[in-house]
Design a protein around this ligand. Structure first.
Ligand code: FE2
Length: 178
């Protein structure tokens, strides 16, 4: 227990978890924390592909989309920090390393060597939608494990993801009004 020897009743934690006075059973925190860690890896991957698009796009609407993607990325980085700290608050080690992204992220085949602004916007939109959907599943897990804090955190995150998706998709050509 190390520095936690002074604690009166620290919960007995499995080896991969940090001792804490948190009253939610460690098994519940472990399940929820691990799922949130998977979302964290996805958010980190979104950060990478958002910057990739920010740098690579060319074409109509360039400057607006170029700036928009930087604004979204700045908000995304704040979200990443909040999510990593929520994982830590549950007594699980936050893991947003390159290895974690490679192992856990379901975002695949982001276009490389592509300039078309619409291809990037379509790919980004699909990636944001995927992470938002994954987040909604974590809300269900958090509810099942009596963790309203994480459910609330991820609810806010999915709202943000949906907003970013809307901002991205609104730059795509739209069907003509009837
Ligand atoms: Fe830039």
């Amino acid at each position: 227990m190390g520095v936690f020897l002074h604690m009166k009743n620290p919960t007995k934690e499995p080896q991969n978890m940090t001792p804490t006075h948190h009253k939610l059973p460690c098994r519940d925190r472990e399940v929820v924390g691990n799922e949130l860690n998977t979302i964290l890896a996805h958010l980190q991957h979104l950060h990478l592909v958002t910057k990739q698009a920010h740098w690579n796009i060319r074409g109509d609407g360039f400057i607006g989309v170029h700036r928009l993607l930087d604004k979204i990325d700045a908000e995304l980085l704040e979200q990443i920090d909040e999510s990593a700290e929520r994982v830590e608050a549950l007594g699980v080690a936050a893991d947003a390393t390159l290895e974690a992204i490679q192992k856990k992220s379901a975002i695949k085949n982001y276009p490389v060597g592509v300039r078309c602004i619409h291809t990037h916007l379509e790919s980004l939109s699909a990636a944001y939608a995927l992470v938002s959907e994954a987040g909604r599943k974590v809300i269900e897990t958090a509810d099942k494990h009596n963790d309203p804090g994480t459910a609330d955190h991820v609810t806010g995150m999915t709202e943000q993801l949906d907003k970013w998706m809307w901002l991205i998709e609104s730059n795509l050509p739209q069907p003509k009004d009837a």
